[in-house]
Design a protein around this ligand. Sequence first.
Ligand SMILES: Nc1ncnc2c1ncn2[C@@H]1O[C@H](COP(=O)(O)OP(=O)(O)OP(=O)(O)O)[C@@H](O)[C@H]1O
Ligand SMILES: [Mg+2]
Length: 376
Amino acid sequence: MSRRPFPRRRLHPHRLGQPAPGPPGRPLLVTADELLLDDLLRLGAAAGVACEVAHDAASARAAWVAAPLVIAGADLLDDLVRAAPSRRPGVVLVGQDLDDASIWERAVSIGAEAVVFLPDAESWIVDRLADAAEATGPDAVVVGVVGGRGGAGASVLATALSLAGARAGLRTMLVDADPLGGGIDLVLGSEDTRGLRWPELVGSRGRVNGTALQEALPHVEDLVVLSWDRGDALSIPAEAMRAVLAASRRSCDLVVVDLPRRVDAAAEEVLAACRTTLLVVPAEVRATASAARVATLVSLLTADLRVVVRGPAPSGLGAEVVAEALGLPLAGDVRAEPGLSETLERGEPPTRGGRGPLAAFCSTFLTTLLPTQEAA
Ligand SMILES: Nc1ncnc2c1ncn2[C@@H]1O[C@H](COP(=O)(O)OP(=O)(O)OP(=O)(O)O)[C@@H](O)[C@H]1O
Ligand SMILES: [Mg+2]
């Protein structure tokens, strides 16, 4: 099979939502206490975040509003109260003395939303610093895609949807959550692209830095892809999926997940996070019967399950009839994509150039899912 390079895509000029925020500013540390500063800088390093430092209240006041997070030491609290910086969310005070009852009152007067003490609050501060550095607005919308039967077209649709998202200017990640699938990188034609695959990530736990994850994963133009490799199939532990999904959601606008039909613990994590899950059903009687079984299970695990009926329809079975038989809303009816099998065999992604029935469905679906005013 001779494979060609992935074509360069032009970004769609219309972004579904507000422009991607620029890099967030640095968290601000306010203290003249060298020991506390050392501790906070160490926590910043643990979070992978560079911080600004203000050694007095006057310089803190100047940087106060622009910083994504302010962590102030109690050593400068009285000076800060006098400097009266503007009210803003995301101010944390690090206390020195657990018995100092007045600290709470003074903390309120500078608008602090929390008073914490070290070392107890170390991991909490690391998380807050990492969150601030990744401050990218609301979490990404997650869309799951599952086949109503084997070979239904779920992986193709998930890939086409993610390409449509990237084409529309959304920061998009495509996640292959089907350990027994062939690997979504083969659908994209990105099997030779360098970057991490699931086998290196199945040990993930707790908090994963979203920006670092994005950088480590293969990029296919603007699309970030988390796929399997050609090694033996492994399962994804629920903790690993939870950690990776949370990181992806913090750093993207749209996460599209190709789900297995046999729902495992990792797929349950995804289904619970999906805004919408698409059940792909070929327009055939037996496929509909099989999809009914998948739907029974999946509908218990996800908030909004919709049917995408895929052509051809050998007996003319209508999309509405399929959806009605399944008792689910119809997300769309996609005609067979001309020449798709050959395209995939050549290692070219579906919906090349953003044309054809699949691309049209995906772009309409995304516009409905993420109306402009709501997407950011
Ligand atoms: N929109 C489409 N139009 C025409 N043919 C399609 C379409 N989608 C999928 N196919 C055909 O179906 C085949 C299987 O598609 P795909 O791998 O996406 O299915 P799947 O549901 O992910 O299967 P699996 O059960 O292996 O996960 C493709 O190789 C292609 O030949
Ligand atoms: Mg598949």
